[in-house]
Write a protein that binds this ligand. Structure first.
Ligand code: PMT
Length: 223
């Protein structure tokens, strides 16, 4: 529904998975299709927002009417997002960002010269945590992809990364998480559980989530 509740708000959404190169032809990635992030971007646009999407590797089609910035790695996503951050009112981090990348990227194709190959990985920068530390007026929404102790890890991420809301999905549940067209999410705020949504399309999940965001925004200009 076109509610206009986000009219005049600038919304940044991250979507998809990062790609961490190992060599010129190989990379580490994950199952994120971009559907959840794109659904949020589309719902925000329908609610009147001006939307920018920073997308990693995706298999779904991006929505129309939003600005799209394509990136590959976690580092590139960090740079794109931090550059846009100051001018944003709402930031939703639905992307599945790699926690580790190759300690060095081989300039030439890795050779198979042994029965085993050990890859040295190093931590990537946590984008959400970086944004949380630099937060001024922005309303920051993180995701938590968990398979156990959902509430505990979600609340831990909310506090550690200074988020206003955390959207937790149990990525081991049928119909939830990566790739499909549906999700099952629970939204947490500083006060704890705010809403446990049932199995819904990612579109419906997105618009309910943004209704929660809109309710919590500081008002401006009589909108
Ligand atoms: O794209 P789909 O196929 O539709 O799938 C949707 C989804 C399952 C990817 C999505 O709903 C989701 O859960 N996204 C977050 C996945 C994730 O990386 O979760 P996490 O618990 O590892 O990370 C927590 C938060 O920190 C996330 O907001 C993530 O974007 C952020 N993060 C993580 C690592 C990192 N280096 N930087 C980050 O900003």
């Amino acid at each position: 529904a076109v509610s206009g509740r986000l009219r005049g708000r600038r919304v940044l959404v991250t979507a998809g998975g990062t790609m961490e190169r190992l060599d010129p032809v190989r990379y580490i990635t994950n199952d994120s299709s971009g559907k959840m992030g794109f659904a949020i971007a589309e719902a925000a646009r329908l609610m009147g927002a001006e939307v920018t999407v920073v997308a990693g590797r995706t298999t779904a089609a991006p929505p129309s009417g939003v600005a799209l910035v394509k990136v590959e790695s976690a580092q590139q996503m960090l740079e794109a997002v931090t550059e846009l951050y100051d001018e944003m009112d709402i930031v939703v981090k639905a992307a599945a960002v790699a926690d580790y990348r190759a300690a060095s990227i081989s300039g030439t194709k890795l050779k198979k010269d042994g029965e085993r190959l050990t890859l040295a990985l190093e931590r990537t920068t946590d984008i959400l945590e970086t944004l949380g530390k630099r937060k001024k007026h922005q309303f920051l929404v993180g995701f938590a992809a968990e398979t156990e102790q959902i509430e505990r890890y979600a609340m831990d991420k909310l506090r550690r990364k200074h988020c206003d809301l955390i959207v937790a999905n149990d990525v081991s549940a049928d119909g939830a998480g990566f790739n499909g067209d549906t999700n099952i999410v629970s939204v947490y705020g500083e006060e704890g559980l705010i809403e446990a949504m049932p199995l819904l399309s990612k579109r419906e999940t997105a618009s309910r989530l943004l209704e929660l965001v809109a309710e919590r925004l500081p008002q401006f200009g009589g909108s």
